[in-house]
Design a protein around this ligand. Structure first.
Ligand code: M6R
Length: 589
């Protein structure tokens, strides 16, 4: 969940690292810090707060040295304080470390190190790594060997970078269950948890695998496994470009990403036909299709499950990845597991994938980040191609995942008419985006209501869940998404005068029943916000969407819900790009 980056090369490290920190701030944004080595002296600057604010008084950019590491934090162990911010140093201040992940045995390690005289300055699990490195440096001179000895002591998940004052030309990274990628340039090299950290300087990347360390110098990159044996790696040219990471004319990344959806939908549907054929065949042939994902990606998975059942009569199971270990008894060698993920690095999902592979299942995926761990763990993956998604709330990646779900389901049944409608759905999305003023009015009227309900049936239920999730995470209103038919089984008791209820009600087989639900709620005082292609007097507010094929409504009705959450956040003076307590990529379990 934290962002880590390091550089060694001909250039001054601090400005490159500072830029990387700003690019990675979406991974965690409660503290930040940089360590560099100049001569043989290690200097660390860090504090709690946002990167740019800290820079105003610590002046990261003035730090000297051609090697350095930098970290932006999302707290797991220890409060949000200067002491707990990374980098962490050893007692002699000759080793600095930054880390993403959780060291599960940090308590035992800390006790043992303290007994040996090490003095700790933070409450973090990470600090043990710095002291362990120092301990092993007493016996070994070679930085690579010191890191290899240290990883033997660690349990849990980690990606860490270390620099040594005694070896100022070497940057070392180690990876186990948390991502690390190396960016290669002619004038030096980077290691980071995220290619966005160095995308301004290079698109040539080496992805580390689990249980590998990278020994990186200005002109040389060597990879070893944890046993110390050299590993040969390919350099990949990544498709993202630096311009993809700008906000352009938009106030926030989140609104930029919402507005990009006509283009990103087209990009998602531009797929290698051979891969689609292989995916479709595997879905048709498999004894058991299972889907797994977290958060918004799970909602896309629900749509995929519904479409496969409804169109192709394929029964598939779907499990939240965090529940997979408790609910996947039926996974076996005849199963196909489909993982959905924007980042491809979500720890719960990767653990479900590992579990399924252990049981002999085949793993396919639908993801955004090519080269991510999920991509490399999958026998076949389809990329949604939506470019970097920087807003913490998933928006364009969700519609990208939906587009691929439709593409697969329509291909399974060879529905050429719907495939052609799908390819034109971006036009309807453009129409919906024109409703933004209406959505702003609605957001303004209801922004301070304590509770919101989002109600839908059938294919609209996952969108109701998604609308509620967006509002919770961006505007911090309590919100619940639910099936229309479930209201009378409990939730109706909570409807009172003025409660806003978003009713997803385009014209399809759910239309009449949803109108009845709307009436039941209105009779109890609810204010009905109707999202439909057809007006009705029952709606207190009406957000119009164009008429499209009845199966395709989810792709367009989610857009006003994303805009509602975004504008409610802005009107409530919350930062939509960096919601409190959240991070974009949840790489810890
Ligand atoms: O990268 P992933 O799609 O695997 O992430 C899954 C969830 O963490 C993610 O969708 C999360 O729920 C978003 N913040 C929702 O907007």
């Amino acid at each position: 969940m934290c962002g880590i980056t390091g550089y060694v090369g001909e250039e001054e490290a601090a400005p490159l690292l500072y830029n990387g920190l700003k690019r990675m701030e979406y991974r965690g944004y409660d503290s930040a810090g940089i360590a560099t080595i100049s001569g043989n002296q290690l200097v660390v600057k860090k504090d709690a707060g946002k990167v740019a604010e800290i820079n105003n008084y610590l002046d990261f950019l003035s730090m000297r040295g051609k090697i350095g590491i930098a970290h932006t934090r999302w707290a797991t162990h220890g409060g949000v304080t200067k002491e707990n911010a990374h980098p962490h140093v050893s007692c002699k201040i000759d080793v600095a470390v930054i880390h993403n992940g959780i060291i599960e045995n940090h308590q035992q390690l800390k006790e043992a190190l303290k007994a040996d005289g090490h003095i700790f300055n933070s409450e973090t699990d990470t600090e043990v790594i710095a002291h362990l490195l120092e301990k092993h440096a007493e016996k070994h001179k070679d930085s690579k060997r010191i890191v290899l000895e240290t990883v033997k002591d660690l349990k849990g998940s980690f990606a860490f970078l270390a620099i040594f004052a005694s070896d100022p030309e070497t940057l070392i990274g180690a990876r186990k269950d948390a991502p690390l990628a190396i960016g290669i340039t002619r004038r030096g090299n980077f290691i980071a948890s995220d290619i966005l950290a160095f995308i301004d300087y290079t698109d040539r990347v080496i992805f580390l695998d689990n249980r590998e360390i990278a020994v990186v110098k200005q002109d040389k990159v060597q990879i070893y496994n944890f046993a110390g044996r050299p590993v040969q790696k390919q350099i990949t040219q990544v498709a993202w470009e630096a311009k993809d990471t700008s906000k352009a004319e938009f106030a926030h990344y989140t609104t930029k990403e919402i507005h990009e959806q006509p283009q990103t939908l087209k990009a998602a549907l531009y797929q290698d036909q051979d891969k689609i054929k292989r995916f479709v065949e595997a879905v048709k042939q498999s004894e058991h299709v299972n889907i797994t994902a977290c958060g918004t990606s799970y909602h896309a998975g629900l749509v995929l499950r519904n479409l496969l059942a409804r169109l192709a009569k394929i029964r598939s199971g779907i499990t939240l990845s965090s529940e997979f270990a408790h609910d996947a008894e039926l996974i076996g060698p005849d199963s196909l597991l489909i993982g959905l993920s924007q980042s491809g690095e979500t720890a719960d999902l990767l653990s479900a994938v590992a579990d399924a592979k252990k049981k002999g299942a085949e793993v396919f995926s639908i993801l955004n980040v090519v080269g991510s761990t999920l991509d490399r763990e999958s026998a076949l993956s389809l990329s949604i191609n939506c470019g970097p998604e920087i807003g913490v709330a998933a928006t364009k990646s969700f519609t990208g995942q939906l587009a691929i779900a439709y593409l697969l389901a329509f291909s399974v049944v060879d529905d050429m008419r719907r495939l052609s409608e799908l390819r034109n759905i971006w036009k309807a999305v453009e129409e919906v985006l024109k409703q933004e003023d209406k959505v702003v009015d609605v957001a303004d009227k209801y922004k301070d209501c304590n509770d919101f309900y989002f109600v839908g049936r059938g294919l609209h239920l996952p969108i109701a869940l998604e609308g509620a999730l967006k509002l919770k995470e961006l505007a911090y209103n309590h919100a619940e998404g639910m099936a229309g038919g479930e209201l009378k089984h409990g939730t109706l008791a909570l409807i009172e005068e003025g409660t806003p209820v978003v009713v997803l009600n385009p014209e399809d087989e759910t239309y009449d029943e949803m109108l009845s639900n709307a009436s039941e709620m209105k009779a109890r005082g609810a204010r009905i916000i109707g999202v439909s292609n057809k007006p009705n007097q029952i709606y207190d507010e009406f957000i119009e969407i164009p008429k499209v094929d009845k199966l395709l409504y989810p792709l367009i009705e989610v857009i006003p819900l994303q805009m509602l959450a975004y504008h409610a956040a802005v009107l409530r003076k919350k930062d939509p790009d960096y919601p409190r307590n959240l991070a974009k990529s949840v790489t810890v379990k």
